[in-house]
Design a protein around this ligand. Structure first.
Ligand code: ADP
Length: 485
C-alpha cells in the first residue's frame, strides 16, 4: 500500500466482528482499486452468509448490554469516537481519497461532515424523551417510552464512504441499537478505519461490526434482510436495490430506512441573482464529480436569462482541473469506475443525437476520467432528463413559465432534492411548496447538514436521517398503561 499515514494502523485489511479483526470463513479476499490510477490499494475479506451470521450474533449479544446502558454513557462513548475522528481526519481523508477518488480537500470535508453526525447523535442520545398522556380513566396513567429497535443491518454506497456510515450508525448507536455494516466493495477501508477508532473510543465489542464483501454481497444482503435477529435495515444506494431489499425485508417485516436515487431539478428564474445561481449550480452539480444523490441532474433556466447563465456556467467549468485527488491542483477527481464512465458517455451521446449542444467537455479522457461537461438545448425525451447521470454533466433546459417548469420538475418518479434561485418572495413560497421532493434549496446549492432532516419522497426513499427526526428511525414507541393507582 502506497498510503503515507501518520497512524498506519488505521488501514486495515480485515473485517471487524465482535471487537476483533477477522478473515472470512473461506479465507477469500477481494482487491480494492484506486479509481485514479486503477492500481491495487489493498485486499479485504470476501465474506458470505456464514460470516454475516457471526456478525449478527455478535451484534445481538452486544445489544443486551449496550441497550441497557444509560443514554449518558452512550453519549460519552460516541463523543470519544467523534474526538478521535477529528484527531485523525487527515489519515481518514487520505484513505477516503485513495478508495473513492474525490480530492483530498473534499474528502476532509466529508470526514468533518461525517463526524458531525456522531457528535449530533451523541447529544440526541440523551434527549429521546417520552410522554405522559392525560388518561381518560381515573386510576390509570398513560406513559410513552422509547426503546431501541434492536440489531440494525446497514448497507452503504461508495460515494460517501465515511458519512453514509456515520449518518446511520451515529443514530442507531445513540438510540441503543447495535449494527452490522456492509460497506460498498469499492470503499471498504473507510468503514474499517472507523472500526479501529470505534474500538479505541471504547465502543464495546459487537456494537459496531463491519462485514466486507464483493463476490457474495447478495448473499450477505439476503442474510441481513431475512435473519429474524435483525429488526431494521437502513440502506443508501440505488432505487432498484432499495426496492429489492425492502421486498426481502418484508418476510420478517423489518423496519426500513431507504435513501435512494434522486433526479434533482435546479431552476433558475429570470429574477434570480445569476452569479449566485451559477455558483450554486457548480457546487450542486459538480461536487464529487456529480456523484451524489442530491446533485442537480436537470438544470432549468428561464429563457430571458438562459444565454447569460449558460455562458457563465461554461466559463466556470473551464477553470476546473481534473486529475488525481492527491494532486493539490485537482478540483475534480475520477469517477468511481468504468461503468460510471459508460453511463456518462451514453447520456451525452443520446442527448447529442437528439439535438443537444455541447458547450464544453463531452469526452472520456482516459481511465476513469470524464471531462466536466455543459450541454444546452436539452429536452425531456433525453435519457439525461429521465435518469440520474451520477457524473460531471450539467444539462440545461430552457423554460418560459413558472407553471410549466414546476410540471417538468415534478415529472419524475424521484423526489429527493430540488433547488431554485429567485428573489421574489411569493414565488419562493409557491415553488418550494409545489416541488415534489423531501428537501428544497432556495438560493443555495448545498442542503446537507447533521441538523437538518435528509430524505426523499416518491421513489427516492422512506424515512429521514440526521436532525432531531433521525434517531426516531431506530426507536420503537412503547405505550404503558399504568393502572391500579
Ligand atoms: P451503486 O450503483 O451506487 O453502486 P447500489 O445500490 O448497487 O448502488 O449499491 C449500494 C450498496 O448496496 C453497496 O454496498 C452494494 O454492495 C449494495 N448492494 C447492491 N446490490 C445488493 C444486493 N442485491 N443485496 C445487498 N446489497 C446490495
Amino acid at each position: 500500500n502506497m498510503l503515507k499515514l501518520k497512524d498506519p494502523s488505521l488501514f486495515r485489511e480485515a473485517s471487524f466482528i465482535s471487537g476483533a479483526w477477522v478473515k472470512s470463513v473461506t479465507g477469500k479476499t477481494f482487491t480494492v482499486l484506486d479509481p485514479a490510477t486503477e492500481n491495487e490499494i489493498g485486499k479485504a475479506p470476501d465474506m458470505d452468509k456464514e460470516d454475516t451470521q457471526k456478525a449478527i450474533k455478535a451484534a445481538s449479544e452486544a445489544f443486551k448490554s449496550w441497550s441497557g446502558q444509560t443514554a449518558k454513557y452512550r453519549h460519552d462513548v460516541l463523543k470519544n469516537w467523534y474526538s478521535l475522528i477529528i484527531e485523525h481526519q487527515q489519515d481518514l481523508a487520505s484513505i477516503l481519497t485513495q478508495e473513492n477518488g474525490k480530492p483530498v480537500s473534499e474528502a476532509l470535508g466529508e470526514i468533518k461532515y461525517g463526524a458531525n453526525f456522531i457528535e449530533w447523535f451523541a447529544e440526541e442520545a440523551t434527549r429521546t424523551y417520552g410522554d405522559v398522556i392525560p388518561s381518560p380513566i381515573k386510576n390509570q396513567r398513560f406513559v410513552v417510552q422509547k426503546q431501541p429497535v434492536g440489531v440494525v443491518g446497514i448497507i452503504t454506497p461508495w460515494n460517501f464512504p465515511n458519512a453514509m456510515i456515520t449518518r446511520k450508525v451515529g443514530a442507531a448507536l445513540a438510540a441503543g441499537c447495535t449494527v452490522v455494516v456492509k460497506p460498498a466493495s469499492e470503499t471498504p477501508f473507510s468503514a474499517l478505519a472507523m472500526a479501529e477508532l470505534a474500538n479505541r473510543a471504547g465502543l464495546p465489542k459487537g456494537v459496531y461490526n463491519v462485514v466486507t464483501s464483493h463476490e457474495k454481497y447478495k448473499e450477505v444482503g439476503l442474510e441481513m434482510t431475512t435473519n429474524p435477529i435483525i429488526k431494521k435495515i437502513s440502506f443508501t444506494g440505488s432505487t432498484a436495490v432499495g426496492k429489492m431489499l425492502m421486498e426481502q425485508s418484508s418476510s420478517t417485516l423489518k423496519k426500513v430506512t431507504l435513501e435512494l436515487g434522486g433526479n434533482a431539478p435546479f431552476i433558475v428564474f429570470d429574477d434570480a441573482d445569476i452569479d449566485a445561481a451559477v455558483e450554486g449550480a457548480i457546487t450542486s452539480k459538480f461536487r464529487s464529480s456529480g456523484q451524489t444523490c442530491v446533485c442537480a441532474n436537470r438544470i432549468f433556466v428561464q429563457s430571458s436569462v438562459h444565454a447569460e447563465f449558460a455562458s457563465h456556467l461554461t466559463q466556470k467549468v473551464s477553470n476546473f482541473r481534473v486529475g488525481n485527488g492527491f494532486d493539490s491542483n485537482t478540483t475534480h477527481g475520477p469517477l468511481i469506475s468504468r461503468k460510471a464512465i459508460e453511463k456518462c458517455t451514453r447520456h451525452v451521446d443520446d442527448a447529442v443525437s437528439k439535438g443537444a449542444e455541447i458547450l464544453i467537455g463531452g469526452k472520456h479522457v482516459g481511465g476513469n476520467f470524464y471531462e466536466p461537461t455543459v450541454l444546452s438545448n436539452l429536452h425531456p425525451e433525453m435519457l439525461i432528463a429521465q435518469e440520474e447521470t451520477f457524473g460531471p454533466i450539467a444539462g440545461i433546459f430552457k423554460f418560459d413559465t413558472e407553471e410549466h417548469v414546476i410540471e417538468m420538475a415534478n415529472s419524475t418518479e424521484s423526489g429527493l432534492a430540488g433547488y431554485f434561485y429567485s428573489r421574489d418572495i411569493g414565488r419562493c413560497w409557491r415553488v418550494a411548496e409545489a416541488l415534489e421532493v423531501g428537501m428544497v434549496g432556495i438560493n443555495t446549492g448545498i442542503i446537507s447538514s447533521c441538523e437538518a432532516p435528509f430524505g426523499g419522497i416518491k421513489q427516492s426513499g422512506i424515512g429521514r436521517e440526521g436532525s432531531k427526526y433521525g434517531i426516531d428511525e431506530y426507536l420503537n414507541i412503547k405505550y404503558i398503561n399504568f393502572g391500579g393507582i
